[in-house]
Design a protein around this ligand. Structure first.
Ligand SMILES: [Zn+2]
Ligand SMILES: [Zn+2]
Length: 960
């Protein structure tokens, strides 16, 4: 006897319990085949499945350890969980690996803020103590987002949870750095970087947010020198938005073809305030139209100028320190903050009458994505990966490899495919223009660069094991580099490092000796690399996706295949597919933002409607490339859907109990697989089984193509429409538990009912894991055949051609029932009244109605179906292609009461119509109102008009 379900569906009462159970029972742990703890939880079906237990591997894009779950995560995790649960139930060796990122800047800032509250800075603590403090912070507060994931039921393998600063992942980071250095692909160089004076670190182009800002374009006159080096009296005017940088000017550039300045070719200038002699240089990069056509050149403080400086072999003079203050190179301005220096410089130029026009100017100003400080382009010494350099003649560069795997090979196959496909172009476009990757950050929190500077010979020692002496001169006076690695350097390695790289013994031999103890284990790498799909957001396509592709191809390429053969590039990729998910916007399609105050907190919505309803909302709207306008009204609707299923389960259990009382039990062997129906079975049995098969085919196909929306909507329509609205009602006719019941017939009906319901729960399970788990356990009366519905088999599209006759037959009955229901409404048959009907139907399908007249009678409240050659004169009838139908109803009408009712209705409709017309006639309103409001109003007007006309006609008929 199934376990009793509480009367009302209450997600809060079931979700916590199952979330905790899944984690406690370690249900989603997945190990490699043949490894010691080879999975006991693998679906029983895996071995026999047609998919042969292939791996399905997916990495969670590691959220920042400081992170909290937002709607984007919720979407991304829902999509990943649906895929993983679906693949797991379909017989794959499914593994979803969770973890968090140490998030250099974000975490350091968090702890610095904490220190600030205590009146301290990180410098007060010193590096070592500070880093200890960050670890302490991490232990206490870090990874809260993973607890949120646990509560939301993500089916990840928690035993594999990693943190990017974990020991084994740090080994990988160090190995990657040293190897790239040995291959000549890591170098240290002066480079113009985006410098955040607040965070005091270089930040990547991608971490700079550009905002349009109103500022000025100042014109400054520089004196032209004569051949003896004296002021000639002539001047040239340059224009700049950052006048303080003139302190670092080393030249003025003009276009060689600019007729205005031809006389200045080869001349020298005097830099005002500083007094330095600087040349006029010719470069075609200079735009003739911008400003005055003469450009000051400050290589240390502008990326374009830096490039100009390189081309013309100019020196770079850095005039700012790392806090954005003018340094000693700035002469009398030294010590001033950049903005104070700007004022002082302008003041002094004005005094000297060297300031020309000041124009209003809007330009795009870069801000630090983390702290919003204006970024200063600044020359500094950084570490780089030479992504375009070949390590050896004839070998491809990192970027070349990363391009190659995305373009079709000789057979037209791509090693990595993108969904939506358009991102492939975006990716390739970026990869073709990629610059060397600046991997150093001036932070204390992160993987410290394994390089030591020698104060004797000034050379650098890069080593896998901390050295005690300089590798070049043997001096012990060495000090480790203070910079840490860009966070993306470590997260870029995750697909290889989480599966054991670099501690991978090659076939038969132990792992590389320099990697220390532990022989490593290849089975994880062999079983799970490359991963199957990466589900991520567009915003980290370059930050992360591109870096994983470069690093994965580079390092995995050296790992032989399980059978010892050489790994091809197609098998070196970190993932075979990239799925870029859309944005979650608010109900009005606006981007969610704190300033707009329209940010939805997924946890709050989950508390209100339940996780399953929120997941289903996201899934029902998720398709490649389409943003989601999240509307809680829909979540409310899916909560009602969950409720519908809950009630269906209660109805079903009640019937199972009643059957048990007369000795009828469902054979357990009928459950846990795809139900089938014999040709001799009743029409509704054949039909619901065929519908289930069709839904399973559609859902599996849709998920293959990332059409979560189609999959979810198919299940919704099947469950609510076919199963609840039609089948449950029809099957009641066969659930006869009386003394005189045909027990075989009742048992067969009950078996189909339970089997189809059980399979439907499995179909729904990846979308609504909590609800289905609860009902499924109840269905088996707490003695289920597996620990979780998530470990049973997904309804597959097995070879079972749809029973087309059953579907066509049922469709005929449905259309007949719908027509009768409409007729009854039209002629106002009382809700409870049973009426005879007349039916003229084509001979070919007449037998369907004859054999199933009980269904028509029950579903359409018909007392008798009278087959006629033609509908009787005077009856109002409906026609379809295959039948004509009429309902026979003699109404006893209380004429005065009916007249009063209709008169009232008419008045009400007239009022409503007038109001709608008034509003639609208001031009001001039409301009301002959103399109959907206007549309709604028009619809309402049309509906009201129709109701009015009907009421008027009815009144007229009454009077007649
Ligand atoms: Zn900053
Ligand atoms: Zn040395």
């Amino acid at each position: 006897m199934p376990h009793d379900l509480p009367k009302a569906y209450d997600p809060t009462a079931i979700e916590d319990r199952w979330a905790e159970y899944w984690v406690r029972e370690n249900l989603f742990a997945q190990s490699a085949p043949g490894s010691a703890d080879s999975s006991e939880n693998a679906p029983a079906s895996a071995a026999s499945s047609c998919l042969d237990g292939q791996s399905f591997t997916i990495l969670l894009p590691p959220p920042n350890v400081t992170g909290r779950l937002h709607m984007g995560h919720m979407l991304n995790q829902t999509e990943m969980d649906i895929l993983t649960r679906w693949r797991r139930m379909s017989g794959r060796r499914a593994l979803w690996v969770p973890g968090t990122d140490h998030a250099g800047i974000a975490t350091q800032m968090m702890v610095e803020r904490q220190l600030l509250a205590e009146g301290k800075t990180r410098q007060d603590l010193g590096r070592e103590k500070f880093v200890e403090r960050v670890w302490e912070w991490k232990r206490h507060y870090g990874g809260a987002i993973l607890d949120q994931m646990k509560r939301l039921g993500a089916s990840v393998d928690w035993q594999r949870e990693y943190f990017t600063m974990d020991e084994h992942l740090s080994v990988a980071v160090r190995e990657a750095f040293v190897r790239l250095h040995e291959q000549g692909l890591i170098y240290r160089g002066a480079y113009i970087v985006n410098w955040c004076p607040r965070c005091q670190t270089a930040i990547s182009d991608l971490e700079v947010v550009h905002e349009e800002q109103k500022g000025h374009l100042w014109e400054i006159r520089y004196s032209v020198l004569d051949s003896s080096g004296k002021d000639s009296g002539d001047t040239i005017t340059v224009a700049t938005t950052r006048p303080e940088t003139m302190l670092g000017d080393v030249a003025v550039a003009i276009h060689p073809a600019d007729p205005r300045y031809r006389h200045l070719h080869g001349k020298k200038l005097r830099l005002p305030l500083v007094g330095r002699e600087i040349p006029v240089i010719l470069d075609e990069w200079v735009s003739l139209d911008f400003g005055t056509g003469a450009v000051k050149v400050t290589p240390a403080h502008d990326p374009n100028d830096f490039a100009l400086g390189e081309r013309h072999h100019l020196p770079s003079i850095n005039v700012m320190d790392d806090q954005g203050k003018i340094n000693a190179q700035g002469g009398k301005y030294a010590g001033l903050d950049r903005y104070a220096a700007r004022k002082a410089v302008l003041h002094d130029l004005k005094e000297l009458d060297l300031l020309g026009d000041i124009k209003d100017h809007t330009n795009s100003v870069g801000h630090c994505d983390r702290c919003k400080t204006v970024v200063e382009p600044r020359l500094s010494t950084q570490w780089f990966v030479a992504v375009n350099k070949s390590p050896k003649d004839g070998l491809p560069s990192l970027a070349e490899l990363a391009r190659k795997v995305v373009v079709p090979d000789a057979e037209g196959k791509k090693a990595i495919t993108f969904t939506p496909e358009m991102y492939e172009k975006t990716y390739l476009g970026w990869m073709e223009n990629i610059h060397d990757w600046c991997i150093s950050r001036q932070l204390w929190w992160g993987h410290r660069i394994p390089a030591w500077h020698c104060s004797e010979c000034h050379k650098i020692t890069v080593a896998r094991v901390d050295p005690t002496a300089c590798a070049h001169c043997g001096s012990a006076r060495i000090a480790q580099e203070t910079d840490v690695l860009d966070t993306w350097f470590s997260s870029g390695l995750l697909p290889v490092s989480v599966f054991g790289w670099p501690k991978l013994p090659s076939m038969g031999a132990p792992g590389p000796a320099h990697l220390g103890t532990g022989e490593g284990n290849r089975s994880d790498f062999d079983a799970f690399y490359p991963t199957s799909v990466l589900v991520t957001g567009f915003d980290i396509l370059f930050f992360w996706v591109a870096r994983m592709i470069m690093m994965g191809c580079w390092f995995a390429g050296d790992v032989p295949m399980a059978d010892g053969s050489k790994r091809t590039l197609a098998d070196a990729v970190p993932f075979r597919e990239v799925y870029i998910h859309a944005l979650v916007r608010d109900a009005n399609r606006e981007k969610m933002s704190k300033t707009k105050g329209n940010v939805l907190d997924p946890i709050e919505i989950v508390q209100q409607y339940g996780t399953d309803a929120v997941r289903f909302t996201l899934a029902a709207m998720a398709s490649p490339g389409t943003d989601i306008a999240f509307n809680v009204a829909r979540t409310e609707g899916y909560r009602a859907f969950a409720n519908k299923i809950w009630n269906a389960a209660r109805f079903l259990f009640m019937n199972v109990d009643r059957a048990a009382e007369i000795g009828i039990a469902v054979d357990p062997a009928a459950l846990g697989k795809m139900p089938e129906a014999e040709q001799t079975a009743p029409l509704e049995t054949r039909w619901i089984v065929a519908e289930l098969h069709a839904a399973a085919v559609k859902v599996n196909q849709s998920l293959e193509n990332y059409r979560y929306d189609d999959a979810a909507n198919t299940i919704y329509q099947f469950f609510w429409g076919s199963f609840c609205d039609w089948y449950l009602e029809i099957v009641k006719l066969s659930l006869d538990f009386s003394e005189t019941a045909d027990k075989e017939k009742t048992k067969a009906a009950l078996t189909t009912l339970v089997a189809v319901f059980e399979a439907s729960l499995r179909l729904l399970s990846p979308f609504m894991p909590f609800l289905t788990e609860e009902i499924w356990h109840a269905l088996y009366d707490e003695q289920p055949p597996a620990k979780s519905i998530a470990l049973t088999q997904y309804p597959q599209a097995i070879e079972n051609p749809a029973d087309v006759t059953a579907i066509a037959g049922m469709e005929l009955l449905q259309s007949l029932i719908v027509e009768v229901r409409t007729l009854r409404k039209e002629i106002a048959v009382e809700e409870k009244a049973l009426t005879p009907m007349e039916l003229r139907i084509d001979a070919a399908v007449r037998s369907i109605v004859e054999q199933n007249s009980a269904i028509v009678e029950r579903m359409a409240r018909v007392s008798e179906v009278r087959f006629v050659a033609a509908i009787a004169e005077g009856l109002s009838e409906h026609h379809t292609a295959s039948f004509d139908v009429a309902v026979i109803y003699e109404r006893t009408v209380d004429v005065p009461a009916e007249r009063e009712r209709l008169t009232k209705d008419i008045a009400k409709y007239e009022k409503g119509l007038a109001a709608a017309q008034r509003q639609l006639g208001n031009a001001g309103f039409l301009v301002k109102a959103p399109a959907q409001v206007v549309e709604g109003l028009k619809r309402q007007e049309a509906e009201t008009r129709l109701l009015l006309e009907k009421a008027q006609a009815a009144l007229a008929a009454l009077v007649k």
